[in-house]
Write a protein that binds this ligand. Structure first.
Ligand code: FES
Length: 107
């Protein structure tokens, strides 16, 4: 089992345990365990509602064009921004720290 840490929409620090390939994406992991409504486009990299910002560690995965395009339209997105629905759940996420960005402005 691996562990990651995130700050939820209230700024509370949370931890989640997972094993490789237990979930299709990081968004599904968080959706299943911790959040009720998240990911309006159901993981297609279109809506930007699964925006997260990496605080410690790295995902080590190149972004696809669709993810880059969607992030470019979100106000407040930075170089640390990713879409959780595009991130596979594997050992690379062990000890990752990130925060969930709840207020996304998409134009
Ligand atoms: S769920 Fe829509 S971009 Fe990730």
């Amino acid at each position: 089992m691996y562990t990651l840490t995130y700050f939820d929409e209230f700024g509370d620090r949370c931890t989640a345990s997972f094993s490789t390939n237990e979930y299709h994406s990081l968004m599904e992991l968080l959706f299943d365990k911790y959040l009720e409504e998240w990911g309006e486009c159901k993981g297609r990299a279109w809506c930007g509602t699964c925006h997260i910002k990496i605080m410690e560690g790295s995902i080590g995965q190149e972004m696809e064009e669709e993810e880059k395009h969607t992030l470019s339209k979100i106000d407040g997105a930075t170089n640390e921004s990713r879409l959780a629905c595009q991130i596979p759940v594997n050992a690379a996420l062990n000890n990752l720290v990130f925060k969930i960005v709840s207020e996304n402005q998409y134009d």
